[in-house]
Design a protein around this ligand. Structure first.
Ligand code: PLP
Length: 474
C-alpha cells in the first residue's frame, strides 16, 4: 500500500513540476493538449474487469500510462480556453492527505477535524470576500451545485414569505416562483433552476448590454408585471467578458418586491479580495446569496465551490438532513451536511484551508491583480493590431477577441484558434458572442503574468500576420 501511495505522490509531484517548468511557450514546452485518440484511450484503460486482485504499484503505473496521454494541461499558464484554475500544489498536497485520511464530514461527529477546518475556512472566506460575517457557507462540488444550493434556499424563503410552507406542501401546491436571469446567464444556472423544478415558463430572460450586464429598466418593468414570489439571478464576472451587474440597482429593485437576489459569482467574487478591483463588485454584498468556486480563481483542486447565504435559517431549511442517528455536536461544532446537498462526501475543507493559508490575503490579492493586469495588457497589445477586435471592456481577467479580414469581411477567428493550438503550444477555444465567432481568453491560471502574456501577444501577432500572408498568396 505504502509503495503505491509513494509512487503516486512522487509521480504527481514530478508531473506538476514538468508542467510548471514549461510554463513559457518555448520550443521544448510540453503539449498541453491530449495526444491520445479516443480509441487509444479506450484501449489503454480497457480490457475485461480483472478477476484477480492486482498489486497496487502496478495498478498505479498502469493508471499513469493510460491517463497521461489523455490529460488536458489546464494547470499550465498557456491554457486560456475555459475559466479554470490550476490546482495550487499545497492544495493538492492537502487533497492527497484528505484522501489518505478518508474522512467523511457529513456531521461533526464523523470527523471533528474536517468539520472544524470547514468552519474556520468559511469564516476566512467571508472575511476575505468582505461578505456578511454571519452568513452561512456550504462547501460544494463547484459553482453549479453552489448555485443550486443558494437557489433552493431562495425558493423556500420566497415561498415562505408568500405564506407557503415548502417543506410541507412542496412545489406541487405552490404558487409559481419566477426567476429573472440575464439573457447571457451561465448555462449552469439554467440547469440549477431546472433541478429545482422551475421550468422555462417561469424563467424571464432579461436583455443585456454589449458586455452581458442585465438591463435594469427592462428588469424593473418585467418584475412590476409579474405576480407572486420572485428571485433575481445576477452575475459577478460574466463568463465571456468578466462584466459585473449593477448590484445597487438590482438590490433596490429586489427590496421593492420583497424578492431574493442571488449572485452567480463563480469567479467574479474574487475581485473583492483585491483592493484594486473591489469596486467592480460594489453593492454585491447587498445580495441574499452568492455562489462561487474554489477551483477557479482560488486555485483549490477540483472539486470545490461555496454556497454563501445571508440568512443561515433559509440555508439550513433547504439543505438539512435529520435522522435520529445524525446527532448535533453537543458542544456546537459544525454539521457540514446542513449547508450542502450531500451527507457523505469528500472533506473539502482541508484543501480550502490549506490554499488560503498558502496564499494568505496578500497572495490572493496579488494573483487577482496580476491576472487582471495581464488581461488588460493583452487587450492593449491586441487592440493595436489591424483586423483584430477586442469586444469587451477588459475590467477583469476575460477577453473576447475576434480576427477579421477587413477586405473580404470574413471572420477568421476559428483559423486563428487552430494556429494557436497547433503543436499543443496554447489551448484556446472559440465561442459565439453576440452573434459572432470569438476567441475567449481567460487569464486565470495561477502562474500567468506579464511575461507569459507578452509571449502570447507576440505569438498571436506572428500567427495573424502569417495567416493573412497565406491568404494573400492563396
Ligand atoms: C459564471 C459561471 N457560473 C457558473 C459556472 C459553473 O461552475 P462549475 O463548473 O464550477 O460548476 C461557471 C463555470 O465556468 C461560470 O463561469
Amino acid at each position: 500500500m505504502r509503495d503505491a501511495m509513494k509512487l503516486a505522490a512522487d509521480h504527481g509531484a514530478a508531473w506538476r513540476t514538468g508542467a510548471t517548468s514549461s510554463v513559457r511557450a518555448d520550443a521544448n514546452a510540453r503539449s498541453i493538449h491530449p495526444t491520445a485518440s479516443l480509441e487509444e484511450l479506450r484501449h489503454a484503460f480497457g480490457g475485461p474487469l480483472p478477476d484477480a486482485p492486482e498489486e497496487g504499484q502496478g495498478v498505479i503505473r498502469h493508471l499513469i500510462a493510460a491517463a497521461e496521454p489523455g490529460l488536458v494541461g489546464n494547470t499550465d499558464a498557456r491554457f486560456h480556453a475555459w475559466v479554470m484554475g490550476a490546482s495550487h500544489p499545497v492544495g493538492v498536497a492537502a487533497d492527497w492527505l484528505t484522501s489518505a485520511w478518508g474522512q467523511n464530514p457529513g456531521i461533526y461527529q464523523c470527523s471533528p477535524a474536517a468539520a472544524t477546518a470547514e468552519e474556520v475556512a468559511a469564516g476566512w472566506l467571508l472575511d476575505l470576500l468582505d461578505l456578511p460575517r454571519t452568513a452561512s457557507v456550504g462547501f460544494s462540488t463547484g459553482a453549479t451545485m453552489a448555485g443550486f444550493t443558494c437557489l433552493a434556499a431562495a425558493r423556500g424563503e420566497v415561498l415562505r414569505r408568500s405564506g407557503h410552507d415548502f417543506a410541507d406542501l412542496g412545489l406541487a401546491h405552490a404558487p409559481p416562483v419566477t426567476v429573472f436571469v440575464a439573457a447571457d446567464t451561465h448555462a449552469s444556472n439554467l440547469a440549477a433552476i431546472r433541478y429545482l423544478g422551475i421550468g422555462n415558463r417561469d424563467i424571464v430572460r432579461i436583455p443585456t448590454d454589449g458586455d452581458g450586464r442585465m438591463a435594469v429598466p427592462e428588469l424593473a418593468q418585467r418584475m412590476a408585471g409579474t405576480e407572486g414570489p420572485k428571485i433575481v439571478l445576477a452575475t459577478a464576472g460574466q463568463i465571456n467578458t468578466g462584466a459585473f451587474d449593477d448590484f445597487h440597482a438590482l438590490a433596490d429593485l429586489v427590496r421593492e418586491h420583497d424578492a431574493w437576489l442571488h449572485v452567480d459569482a463563480a469567479f467574479g467574487l474574487w475581485a473583492r479580495a483585491a483592493p484594486g478591483r473591489k469596486h467592480l463588485a460594489d453593492g454585491l454584498d447587498r445580495a441574499d446569496s452568492w455562489s462561487t468556486d474554489g477551483h477557479k480563481w482560488l486555485q483549490v483542486p477540483y472539486d470545490s465551490g461555496f454556497a454563501i447565504v445571508r440568512d443561515p435559517e433559509a440555508h439550513v431549511r433547504a439543505m438539512d438532513i435529520t435522522a435520529s442517528y445524525l446527532t448535533q455536536s453537543p458542544d456546537g461544532g459544525r454539521n457540514p451536511t446542513q449547508f450542502s446537498p450531500e451527507l457523505s462526501r469528500r472533506a473539502r475543507g482541508f484543501a480550502v484551508w490549506a490554499v488560503l493559508r498558502a496564499l494568505g490575503r496578500q497572495g490572493v490579492a496579488e494573483m487577482i491583480e496580476r491576472h487582471c493586469a495581464a488581461a488588460a495588457l493583452l487587450g492593449d497589445l491586441l487592440g493595436g493590431l489591424s483586423g483584430v477586435r477586442v469586444h469587451n471592456e477588459v475590467v477583469l481577467n476575460q477577453l473576447v477577441v475576434s480576427f477579421h479580414d477587413g477586405a473580404r469581411g470574413e471572420n477568421l477567428t476559428a483559423a486563428m484558434e487552430e494556429r494557436l493550438n497547433a503543436g499543443g503550444r496554447y489551448f484556446f477555444r472559440t465561442a459565439e458572442w453576440k452573434g459572432e465567432t470569438v476567441l475567449r481568453v481567460s487569464v486565470i491560471s495561477r502562474e500567468t503574468g506579464e511575461a507569459e502574456i507578452r509571449d502570447l501577444a507576440r505569438c498571436m501577432e506572428r500567427e495573424w500576420s502569417d495567416l493573412q500572408a497565406a491568404r494573400r498568396q492563396g
